[in-house]
Design a protein around this ligand. Structure first.
Ligand code: PMP
Length: 425
């Protein structure tokens, strides 16, 4: 494949944008080579600046669950844009999307919209602290909740890809209030709670982890967290930025049957525009300003274009059966790739739940950050570039989940499986 124009554009970008990108993983540092500059996208395909067509498995890191440039979403945005792009005043569409989201997701009465997943998680934690009058939080090694200070402690995703899970710039004062636990290890969480009695405001978790590759929760793990939270007056915060409106209408709460106290959203809820949200029962949400003392705000929050895209997306997801269609496609891909890797004797473990999956190039089960980090990055690089050369775009880091979109056809999946075979043959 030719990347002449992408290379030239990257060189230009590097002069004026740190690392040439506005979010680190895009730069291909973990896999080497030149990042692909995308020109446009439609359905399951990306079209880059050199004219290559790529089957897309990142779906903008999650949001484009129905494929790119999905007509109802695009039409809704165009329609709204003609009527003004921002007012900083209440609009009816904010209530409409809130009503729909509340009807789709279990255990929430009220929702507030922000502009990113980072903001959603940051605000959820502030709300949990304000509500419980406690300062400390528990997060899990390898989970990523955005780039807000209190989360950059053993964070996953780009933070670990670049070897900086603990970022300079996060003060000791902030770091001391974030307690670190091991994913899928209930005894570890119990010990932390015991050692910090009556000091923990919330446990924040990706109910299905996607930022150390895909790692589903072990049976009983989330149930155990729920019980520990109830017994110790701790709020359970589900970061459903990846899983929300992807695993089921009601996200991981619905699919796994566990109740969270506060739920964070991003990605799909904005239909591809910059949107995040956090939600809970009214009793908790009413602690937010202007009703309560916990402050949180945003000039562009509830932006009409973003709300139009999000509403059109949720309306589509609320009808039809996208979630099981996607889960079936993901299972098909999983089985196809597993068959190839087994036959060609490539050491691997594939994790999957719903339409999230990842291929870990490691021996044994991948259940937490430690086991995920054992994956062979050289094999991953070979895999990534081999797939790219055959027109398949995977996340350029081993520490990411794949995101399938419903525009993918079984023919696309077969091509992907064949590409995998060609790489390792
Ligand atoms: N939480 C999770 C689980 C995420 O995967 C991400 C982003 N990948 C975030 C929070 C942060 O969202 P954003 O990048 O929109 O700030």
């Amino acid at each position: 494949m030719i990347y002449k124009r992408s290379s030239a554009l990257f060189a230009e970008a590097e002069k004026v944008i740190p690392g040439g990108v506005n979010s680190p993983v895009r730069a291909f540092k973990a896999v080497g080579g030149t990042p692909v500059f995308v020109k446009e996208a439609k359905g399951a395909y990306l079209y880059d600046e050199d004219g290559n067509q790529l089957i897309d498995y990142i779906a903008s890191w999650g949001p484009m669950i129905l494929g790119h440039a999905h007509k109802p979403v695009v039409d809704a945005v165009i329609d709204k844009a003609k009527k003004g792009t921002s007012f900083g005043m209440p609009t009816e569409i904010e209530t409409k999307i809130a009503e729909l989201a509340v009807s789709m997701v279990p255990n929430i009465d009220k929702i507030r919209f922000v502009n990113s997943g980072t903001e959603a998680c940051m605000s959820a934690v502030r709300l949990a602290r304000g509500y419980t009058n406690k300062d400390k939080i528990i997060k899990f090694a390898g989970c990523y909740h955005g780039h807000s200070d209190s989360f950059l402690i053993q964070a996953g995703s780009g933070a670990v890809t670049f070897g900086s899970p603990n970022s300079p710039g996060v003060t000791q004062g902030t770091a001391k209030d974030t307690l670190l636990a091991k994913y899928n290890d209930l005894a570890n969480v119990e010990a932390l709670i015991e050692a910090n009695k009556n000091e923990i405001a919330c446990i924040i978790i990706e109910p299905v982890a996607g930022n150390m590759g895909c790692i589903p929760p072990k049976a009983g793990f989330l149930e155990g967290l729920r019980q520990l939270c109830d017994a110790n007056n701790i709020l359970l915060v589900f970061d459903e930025v990846m899983t929300g409106f992807r695993l089921a209408k009601g996200g991981a709460q619905e699919l796994l049957g566990i109740k969270a106290d506060i739920v964070c959203f991003g990605k799909v809820i904005g239909g591809g525009l910059p949107v995040g949200a956090f939600a809970a029962k009214a009793e908790i949400m009413d602690h937010l300003a202007p009703l309560g003392p916990v402050y949180q705000a945003g000039t562009l929050s509830g932006n009409p274009l973003a709300m139009a895209a999000g509403l059109a997306m949720l309306e589509e997801l609320n009808t039809g059966d996208v979630f099981s269609s996607l889960a079936k496609k993901t299972e098909y891909l999983h089985k196809g790739i597993a068959e190839v890797l087994e036959r060609l004797k490539v050491t691997h473990t594939i994790n999957r739940l719903g339409s999230m999956m990842s291929v870990h190039f490691s021996e044994g089960q991948v259940v937490d950050f430690e086991t995920s980090a054992k994956g062979n990055n050289e094999t991953f690089k070979t895999f990534f570039h081999g797939m790219l050369n055959q027109g398949v775009y995977l996340a350029p880091s081993a520490f990411e989940s794949w995101f399938l979109n419903d525009a993918l056809s079984y023919e696309d999946l077969d091509k992907t499986i064949a590409a995998c075979e060609a790489v390792f043959s």
